[in-house]
Write a new protein. Sequence first.
Length: 119
Amino acid sequence: MNNISPKMQNQIAMLQQVQQQLQTIMQQKMNYEMSVKEAKKAEEELKNVSDDAEVFVMVGSVMIQKEKTGVAEDLTEKVETLELRVKSLEKQEKALQTKFEQLQTQIKSAFEGGQEMAI
C-alpha cells in the first residue's frame, strides 16, 4: 500500500467498511426472516388447535397459559413487525450494495488507469 495515494487508501477503507456493513445487514435480515418463518409456523399450528385448548407461551424462561385468540393476535402482530423490519433491512441492503458497487468501480478504474498511483 506504499505506492497508493492517501485518497485511494481512503476509498479502499471505505469499501471495506461498506462491505462489513453490508454483511451485518444481510445477517440481521436473515435472522429476521427466520423469525418470521417461525412465527408463521406457530400461527399455522395454532389454527389446528381447538378454540378451547390450553395454549402456552414462553415469556423469558417461564411458560404462561393464555387464550388462543390472544396468542393468535400476538403472533399476527409479531409477523407484521418482523416483516416491516425485513423490508427496512432490504432497503438498507440495496443502498449499501449500490454504494459498494460504485466504490468498487471507482477503485478498479483508478487502478487500471493508474490515475491514483503515487510516483
